[in-house]
Design a protein around this ligand. Structure first.
Ligand SMILES: NC(=O)c1ccc[n+]([C@@H]2O[C@H](COP(=O)([O-])OP(=O)(O)OC[C@H]3O[C@@H](n4cnc5c(N)ncnc54)[C@H](OP(=O)(O)O)[C@@H]3O)[C@@H](O)[C@H]2O)c1
Length: 287
C-alpha cells in the first residue's frame, strides 16, 4: 500500500489530491483544522482516508499527528509521499500590511510548512521493504513573478523555493527527493476567499488598483485557470515517475503567463504591470 500525507485537504487542491490519490489505490492522510471537516471527509472518502487534525502553526498538534501516522503504518511501511499544500494568501498594499499579517503569512506558508516537513521526514525514510518517499511543495508562479498586492504571499513562496533547494540537497543522503511545483492560477475558491480584503484599502490611493487586480483575477484569470484535479494529477506524477523534474511551472497559458513574463527585463514588466492596473504617475495625477 502507498501511503501519502497531504496538508490542507478541506478544499481546493488538497481535497482534489485526496480524491485522486485514493482513486490511484493509495491510502491518504489528510490534514484539516476543523473536526467537522475531518468527519465530512471521512464520510466521503471512507477507509482509505485518515484525517489528521492540525493547524500548521501548532507544533504540538503536528507532533500528535506524527503519532497517528506512525500507529497506522504497518511494520516496514513508510510514507510514499508528503505533499505540503496548506497555505493562505493575505493580499494588500505592502505599505499597509501589519506586522501581524506579514508574520502570519510566513508562519503558515513557510515556518509551518517547514515544520511539517521536519516532523515527517523520518517517516519518509527507506525501510527494509520500501524505497524512500518524496516531498512535493505546492508552490506558486508568484514565487518568480511578483505582482502588486500579493507581496508577502510571493515572498513566502519564494522563500520556500530557496528552502526546497536546501532540503533537496540536505535530504539527498536519505534518498528523499524534494519537488517544488510553481502552480499558476487555479479555478477554485482561494482568490474568492481573499478578494474581500480589498475593502480595507478603500481610503487609500491603492483602492482602485487592488480592486482591479483582485476582481480581474476573479473574473478573468481564475476561470481560465487550472482545475484542482489537474494539479492533483501533476503532483501524483511527481511522486511516481522515475526521474521527476525538481521544479517546474504548471500553468494553463504557460507561454503568456510564465515564459514571457519570466523572460522580460524587470523594468519592462514594471511598466506593463503599472499600465495594466493604472499605477503610473500620470494615472495618479489629479487624484
Ligand atoms: N488557488 C490558486 O490559484 C493557487 C495558485 C498557486 C498555488 N496555490 C497554492 O495551493 C495551495 C492550496 O491552495 P488552494 O488553491 O487549494 O486553496 P484553498 O482551497 O483555500 O486551500 C487551502 C487549504 O489550506 C488550509 N489551511 C489554511 N491555513 C492553514 C493553517 N494555518 N494550517 C493548516 N491548514 C491551513 C485550508 O484549511 P481551512 O479550510 O481550515 O482554512 C485549506 O484546506 C496553497 O499553498 C496555495 O498557495 C494556489
Amino acid at each position: 500500500m502507498r501511503y501519502i500525507l497531504v496538508t490542507g485537504v478541506s478544499s481546493g487542491i488538497g481535497y482534489a489530491c485526496v480524491a485522486y490519490f485514493i482513486e490511484q489505490g493509495c491510502h491518504v492522510f489528510g490534514s484539516v483544522r476543523k473536526p467537522e471537516d475531518a468527519a465530512r471527509l471521512s464520510q466521503i472518502f471512507g477507509a482509505n482516508y485518515t484525517p489528521l487534525l492540525f493547524d500548521v502553526t501548532d507544533s504540538e498538534a503536528i507532533r500528535r499527528a506524527v503519532e497517528v501516522v506512525k500507529a497506522k503504518l504497518g511494520e516496514g511501511e513508510n510514507l510514499f509521499g508528503l505533499v505540503v499544500n496548506a497555505g493562505i494568501q493575505i493580499p494588500g498594499p505592502i505599505l499597509y500590511l501589519t506586522r501581524e499579517e506579514m508574520r502570519y503569512q510566513f508562519d503558515v506558508n513557510v515556518f509551518g510548512t517547514l515544520e511539517v516537513i521536519q516532523y515527517f521526514v523520518p517517516l519518509l525514510r527507506e525501510t527494509g521493504q520500501n524505497k524512500p518517499g518524496r516531498i512535493v511543495h505546492v508552490g506558486s508562479t508568484s514565487a518568480a513573478i511578483t505582482l502588486p498586492f500579493t507581496s508577502f504571499y510571493s515572498a513566502a513562496k519564494s522563500a520556500m523555493h530557496s528552502l526546497c533547494d536546501t532540503l533537496r540537497r540536505e535530504l539527498m543522503m536519505y534518498g528523499v527527493d524534494v519537488i517544488d511545483i510553481y502552480v499558476g492560477p487555479v479555478n477554485n475558491e482561494l482568490v474568492a476567499k481573499v478578494a474581500p480584503y480589498k475593502e480595507r484599502y478603500k481610503a487609500t490611493d491603492y483602492y482602485a488598483a487592488i480592486t482591479m487586480r483582485l476582481e480581474g483575477a476573479l473574473k478573468k484569470n481564475i476561470p481560465k485557470g487550472l482545475l484542482s484535479e489537474e494539479v492533483a494529477a501533476a503532483i501524483f506524477r511527481s511522486l511516481t515517475v522515475p526521474n521527476p523534474k525538481h521544479r517546474f511551472a504548471l500553468n494553463k497559458d504557460w507561454f503568456n503567463t510564465w515564459f514571457i513574463p519570466t523572460l522580460l527585463p524587470h523594468r519592462v514588466l514594471d511598466r506593463i504591470v503599472a499600465k495594466k492596473w493604472k499605477m503610473r504617475p500620470q494615472d495618479f495625477e489629479g487624484r
